[in-house]
Design a protein around this ligand. Structure first.
Ligand code: IMP
Ligand code: MG
Length: 183
């Protein structure tokens, strides 16, 4: 990474304002859909935190939050297909309607592994909300209930998304210049 993170960005895909609008609309839809239900948001760490904190401010019904760490082995830009739960939820989830909050749906390996685990534990329903969706890369079928934006098959960073744990703090989503990881 150069001293200036912005030098490593090829193109901005979503500005902070565009993401805010997505969160506002998605939050309103979730509030309507889950009215009268016990809603538990489960964020997948670490990538989801910026999106989740913005989204939850626009959810106007009571809800609780929890977090999981599910990591798929592999290199920093490619997944292996094997998912390990490194941190589980601490909320007893029986009786809750769970909405998994994720930064991006890529191959689908992570979510297709995590979703059944939460159902087995007694969640009443499990749905998925992601900021970004890369449909071209799908290897496992995953039903996406709420999506912010479909993006092309490019490696993106910012707004929580990382490359080698960096760039998460960029306030927008941008395409990372391939020269940064093709070394
Ligand atoms: P999946 O299991 O392949 O769907 O990938 C899920 C995880 O891979 C996401 O939660 C991200 O952490 C990571 N990921 C996938 N695509 C990108 C990307 O373009 N930039 C940064 N992280 C990504
Ligand atoms: Mg990641």
């Amino acid at each position: 990474m150069s001293n200036n993170m912005l030098n490593d960005i090829e193109e901005v895909l979503l500005t902070e304002e565009q993401i805010d609008k997505i969160c506002r609309e998605m939050g309103a839809q979730i509030s309507a859909d889950y009215e009268g239900k016990n809603l538990l948001l489960v964020g997948l760490l670490k990538g989801s935190i910026v999106f989740m904190s913005q989204l939850m401010k626009y959810i106007t019904i009571p809800c609780k939050i929890d977090f999981m760490i599910a990591s798929s082995y592999g290199s920093s830009t490619e997944t292996s297909g094997v998912v390990e739960i490194k941190k589980d939820v601490t909320t007893p989830i029986e009786g809750y309607h769970i909405l998994i909050v994720e930064d991006i749906l890529d191959t689908g390996v992570t979510l297709s592994n995590v979703l059944p685990l939460l159902l087995e534990k007694g969640a009443k329903s499990v749905k998925i909300a992601t900021l970004l969706n890369k449909p071209e890369r799908r290897r496992c079928e995953v039903k996406l209930d709420y999506q912010g934006m479909e993006i092309p098959d490019k490696f993106v960073v910012g707004y929580g998304l990382d490359y080698n744990e960096e760039y998460r703090n960029l306030p927008f989503v941008g395409i990372l210049k391939p020269c940064v990881y093709e070394k």
